[in-house]
Write a protein that binds this ligand. Structure first.
Ligand code: PEP
Length: 255
């Protein structure tokens, strides 16, 4: 973290977990545990049907509720999808885009990730843009090339002004939900590499101001070492975001 230059963001990705009642109970349990811990932003990205209950429970606290995806069209014949305008209408400011599970299981490509990113930004939302290499790419030694390409394609057409509402989540796919975590050094190297690419696109000041999270089996045991790295400005957390004690320990590591 370089807290002098950028905001630390600890975000939970609930994935397809928590009914509205379960989300309410979770937020009610967590609220007192993270109260006053304002050195980082705390966000939970929730399934669409759970957002309203989570928002109601989080009201008046330092917890913000986001979504896990958004469609790029403003409206129309896209069964099962939700637009940025709809999310804005219910007060959602944050949205994850390009999560590896969306890319892996639902056919999302850098092209659709870019379209969704631009639509969310145009609607005034803040995007948590996920990217990262698969295991074979890391083993082949092409991680930097892969994340550079994703960064360029996913941010194509995003203005410098809009970039201020982008958070990049570097998530090595081999580390997501597997219990395998990138070492702090690997996380630092790749987050720094992404920052260099952003600098080449938008200039040094914009790159230095950009929050780049690490995601991939971050938990209460490894968060402090990962977050101690200069270019790791927070975490996107799956499994550990479902357990209040574990998530609080990650927030504490960011204080
Ligand atoms: C994620 O879903 O973005 C993630 C990093 O999951 P996990 O923490 O479970 O690896």
């Amino acid at each position: 973290m370089n807290t002098a230059k950028r905001r630390t963001v600890i975000a939970g990705n609930w994935k397809m977990n928590f009914t509205p009642d379960q989300a309410t109970a979770f937020i009610n349990e967590l609220k007192p545990m993270v109260a006053g811990k304002d050195n980082c932003d705390i966000i939970f990205c929730a399934p669409y049907v759970t957002i309203a209950a989570a928002q109601a429970a989080a009201q008046g606290s330092n917890i913000k509720i986001g979504a896990e995806n958004v469609h790029f069209a403003p409206n129309g014949a896209y069964t099962g999808e939700v637009s940025a305008e709809m999310l804005k209408a219910i007060g959602v400011e944050y949205v994850i885009i390009g999560h590896s599970e969306r890319r892996q299981y639902f056919g999302e490509t850098d092209e659709t990730v870019n379209l969704r990113t631009k639509a969310a930004l145009a609607a005034g939302m803040t995007v948590i843009l996920c990217l990262g290499e698969v295991k074979e790419q890391r083993l082949a030694g092409i991680t930097d090339e892969v994340v550079a390409m994703q960064t360029k394609l996913d941010l194509a057409g995003v203005s410098a002004e809009e970039l201020k509402r982008v958070i990049i989540a570097y998530e090595p796919v081999w580390a997501i939900g597997t219990g395998l975590t990138a070492t702090p050094e690997q996380a630092e190297e790749t987050c720094a590499s992404i920052r260099r690419v952003v600098a080449s696109m938008y200039g040094n000041d914009a790159a230095e101001a950009l929050t780049i999270q690490y995601g991939g089996s971050m938990n209460d045991a490894n968060a402090a070492d990962l977050l101690a790295k200069t270019n790791v400005d927070g975490g996107l957390i799956g499994g550990a975001s479902l357990v209040a004690k574990k998530f609080t320990a990650i927030v504490d590591a960011a204080q």
